[in-house]
Structure formats: C-alpha cells, structure tokens
Design a protein around this ligand. Structure first.
Ligand SMILES: Cc1ncc(COP(=O)(O)O)c(C=O)c1O
Length: 377
C-alpha cells in the first residue's frame, strides 16, 4: 500500500514530524469515526437498554480477541485494562507474597512500575533490587545470574527499555526463569505494536494500546499465562470479574476477565480495533517491524554525523527508539527547540537523553530533516 496515502488516515502526521510514538501514537481518523459511531449507536438504543448491553458484551469480547491475536495468545488469557502500569499492578498486587520475598528489576524500569514495587515492599515486608542492564553489553543471562537471590520470587523487566531502546531477549530470559521457577513479568509498553510477539516462557505481559498501536488513551491489555491464573488473586474486585454471585459468594470467571472491574469506556475498544485493522492493511507485523528497524538504522547512522552528539546505543536500535545526547544542550532544550521547528521528540529524564521514537509510518525524508535541524542547533 502507498505510504503517503496511508498516512492521510493520521491527521496528526499532516503538519509536523511526529517522533513520539513511544509516548503516545496519533489516533487515525477511522478510529475516531468508529468511536463516535459507537457512542451514537449506544445513545440511539439507550445506553442501558438490553440491546445496548448485549452489544457492549459482544464488543468487549471482540476487543479481547483482537488483542489476543496481536499478542499471539488465547483470548481467555487476556484482561482488558486501562494502561500498562495498571496491568503490572494487577499482577504485583495480586501475587501471594510472603514477608522476606525478593523482587528483581532491571535498572531501566518505568517509574510507575518501580513505585508499585516500592509500595508493595513497604506493605508486605519484601525486598527488591535492580540489576544493571541499561547500557550494558554483557550477556544478560550472566547479569541476571549475578543479581538473582535465593528468595527472588519475581523478575520484572521491560521488553524494550524506554530510554535506551535496548530490546531484551525475553524468550531466553523466560527459559532461564522457567528453570528457576521465577515468574517473569514483562512491561510491554514499548514493544506492543513494534515487533511480532512471541510470549513463550513469559508469565505476564502488560502493555497499552495508545502508543505504538495508535489506539485511544485509556485501553491497555494484560496477558496472564494459564499456569499462573489461579495464583494471581483479584485485588480491585468488581462485577465484571464475576460469572455468578449466589448466597453472597462471588464466583470468579475462569479467564482473564476476572481482573476486569466495572463499567468502562468500551467504545475505546472499537477505536483500537479500527487502528489495528489499519496497521494490518498496511502490512504484517514482521513487515512493519522490518521497516521500523530499517528507519531506526538510518536515523542512528545519520546522527553519527552530527558534531557533539552521542548516541546512547553503540549499535543501531532493534526497535523504533533512537536516543541521544548533545554537549551544551540539555535534552529539554533540544526537545523544545525541535518542537518550535515542527518536530516532536521527547526528553527522557531517566537516560538524560532525547528520544526520537519512529514508526513504520515515519518517512526517510522526515528523518533527514531531523538530522538537519540538529546540525543547525
Ligand atoms: C516502559 C514503559 N512502561 C510503562 C509506561 C507507562 O505506560 P502506561 O501509561 O500505559 O501505564 C511507559 C510509557 O510511558 C513505558 O515506556
């Protein structure tokens, strides 16, 4: 499909160079139209009419099924959430911790997840530590071997580190965890919609639709492997997680829905499915990923020609995150100056860097303009 034509579905791409897909993806017109149509239909029937409620139930299941297909897992293992952080929190708060248990994280985890772990540790008498994966060229399994403790009960890692763009080998890590009986929680905020997913060996994977999938904000997804289903107990319990309620005894659903809580904006799912359909119409997950890595390599290489610029990774990223620093310019100042020139990137405090996050929707010409703008700074 012609990319210029395809990009016309995304109004946010018309008047700027948008390189903040890792923050929030632009919402395409078909998704906006689908969301509006869903709201109108609900009002036409009456939002709490039998007909509308049956429709909502069916639509939510379609959304679970579409996300399951994107994650390459069964739809029974899917929980609809609001965000990546919420998905991680469902697992972390629902796990049967014992005082003295230890959690291992990488040193590049997102603040929301780290805050949850710190709060858990305080509440349940746990310990936690980080292992130095960011910027490391060492073998990741060796680093994990050195950091794991006899009482480590969970490993929490991002699939793609949000500041450096390092892609962690989650299948290999999952196999290592499996041998030790340590459940693996993956934060997929920067990987869902970037690369084809193989969650073999992963116990939990939490992500969101509003970044690389270009869905509306407020709809995320959590995958729980069936072997862990009974161990994660619902924390914020609600009627959506129940299949029955007799004699005041809740009967939980047997699937991922048990962690869903109550009334929510199900119309967002209609929008996310419209975004997914657009991506699929352009190409397969593999074709989209190949284009992303090709563009990332181009930007990474051309950034090498900008004086006093340091790229965070010593090799072209295997994802859409390309991060760098410049002498004599703070990341915030660079992001601000680029935005004045119609280029959206972000400053990431964790890496004290500027992060350009590019998509398969990005064009090579846009990247050349970014490099020119940086040269002129
Ligand atoms: C690695 C990572 N985890 C979590 C988040 C937070 O995502 P959400 O707002 O969906 O919870 C982000 C993005 O902001 C992220 O990059």
């Amino acid at each position: 499909m012609n990319l210029a034509e395809h990009r016309r579905h995304f109004p946010a791409l018309a008047n700027k160079i948008y390189l903040n897909f890792g923050g929030q993806g632009p919402l395409p017109t078909p998704a906006m139209t689908a969301i509006q149509a869903a709201y109108r239909q609900g009002q036409a029937w009456g939002p709490f009419s039998r007909r509308a409620l049956d429709w909502v139930t069916a639509e939510e299941q379609l959304t679970r099924t579409a996300l399951a297909a994107t994650l390459n897992v069964a739809s029974a293992d899917i929980t609809l959430t609001q965000s990546t952080t919420q998905g991680c929190a469902i697992v972390l708060w629902g796990w049967p911790w014992q005082s003295g248990d230890h959690l291992l994280l990488s040193d590049g985890e997102h603040p929301g997840v780290v805050a949850t772990v710190a709060q858990l540790a305080q509440r349940f008498g746990l310990t936690w530590s980080t292992c130095p994966l960011s910027f490391s060229n060492d073998n990741i399994i060796t680093i994990l071997e050195q950091a794991v403790q006899p009482n480590t009960r969970m490993l929490v890692l991002s699939h793609i580190l949000w500041h450096t763009g390092q892609v962690l080998p989650i299948t290999e890590i999952g196999a290592w965890c499996g041998q030790r009986g340590i459940p693996l929680l993956i934060d997929g905020a920067q990987s869902l919609g970037v690369l084809p997913l193989d969650l073999t060996g992963v116990d939990f994977y939490a992500a969101t639709g509003h970044k690389w999938l270009c869905g509306p904000a407020g709809l995320g997804v959590l995958y729980i492997h069936p072997r862990q289903r009974e161990r994660v107990q619902p924390t914020h319990c609600g009627w959506r997680g129940l299949r029955g309620f007799s004699d005041h005894q809740p009967q939980w659903t047997d699937d991922g829905q048990r962690h869903e809580i109550a009334t929510s904006a199900w119309e967002l799912g209609v929008g996310l499915r419209a975004s997914l359909a657009l991506h699929q119409a352009w190409g397969t997950a593999t074709q989209r990923y190949e284009r992303i890595t090709h563009l990332a390599e181009k930007l990474w290489t051309e950034l090498g020609t900008v004086p006093s610029l340091t790229r965070l990774l010593p090799y072209p990223p295997h994802c859409g995150l390309v991060s760098f620093r410049m002498q004599q310019h703070s990341p915030e100042a660079i992001a601000q100056q680029l935005e004045q020139r119609g280029i959206c990137v972000r400053a990431v405090p964790a890496g004290n860097c500027v992060r350009a996050s590019l998509h398969y929707l990005t064009t090579p010409e846009e990247l050349t303009q970014v490099v020119q703008a940086l040269q002129e700074l």
